[in-house]
Design a protein around this ligand. Structure first.
Ligand SMILES: [Zn+2]
Length: 212
């Protein structure tokens, strides 16, 4: 697991998160193809399965909230502006509410995909007074979070940080200057179809619907 940096989850938090994901069935092990990357994966995370139980959801989201607290990023929030937690799409909504409650956010919102981009429900608006922490259950390529972060910035709001329960990117890169945080960084267990050992063994390949 390596050295624990201050902006990483602690070993205990990471272990507890893995335990919850396993015990709730949110961690699927097998042979999966995700259309977004076209790679084959040994593990697939359906984090909403872990978030459906309020005790597990609280543990995961409070742990992620603590990662943010320890990172010091919350000191960038200015007192004279709003602190807004935003989830892109439905899977991030419980994360937004649990973390927003834990971190005492002023607003908790979720965006929706609309034609040609993103939007909020009618009459819900964000502006330059919103300092946003963008949260989601998991990030695979980062494309969705990057595009919703751009949308939020286009409204004049700032994106202070991006936080997810699971991060599957090779590098935990920031999002155009907005640092990213996670509980579990799981970059391994993926293969190009041509050199996939599970294909070679003839393990049945499960096709999953697109996600980002
Ligand atoms: Zn394969």
């Amino acid at each position: 697991m390596g050295k624990v940096e201050p902006y990483y989850a602690t070993e205990a938090e990471v272990e507890r998160a893995w335990h919850i994901l396993r015990s709730t069935g949110a961690l699927k092990e097998g042979h999966f193809r995700l259309p977004r990357t076209k790679l084959h994966y040994e593990r697939f995370f359906q984090v909403p399965l872990a978030l459906q139980n309020s005790r597990d959801a609280r543990i995961l989201c409070v742990s992620l909230g603590r990662v943010l607290r320890r990172s010091g990023i919350l000191y960038r929030l200015k007192k004279d502006k709003r602190f807004t937690v935003i989830a892109p799409m439905d899977a991030g909504i419980p994360v937004a509410f649990w973390m927003g409650e834990h971190l005492d956010a002023d607003r908790i919102l979720w965006a929706n995909r609309i034609e040609n981009g993103w939007g909020f429900r009618p009459f819900i608006e964000i502006d330059e007074d919103d300092q946003v922490i963008l949260v989601d259950d998991a990030v695979l390529t980062g494309e969705t979070l990057a595009s919703v972060a751009d949308y939020i910035r286009s409204k004049g709001s700032s994106v202070v940080a991006v936080a997810t329960i699971v991060d599957r990117r090779e590098q935990r890169d920031d999002f155009d200057g907005s640092p990213s945080y996670c509980l579990i960084h799981e970059k391994g267990g993926k293969h190009r179809p041509k050199t996939c050992p599970m294909c070679e063994e003839g393990v049945e390949l499960v096709e999953l619907t697109p996600q980002a």
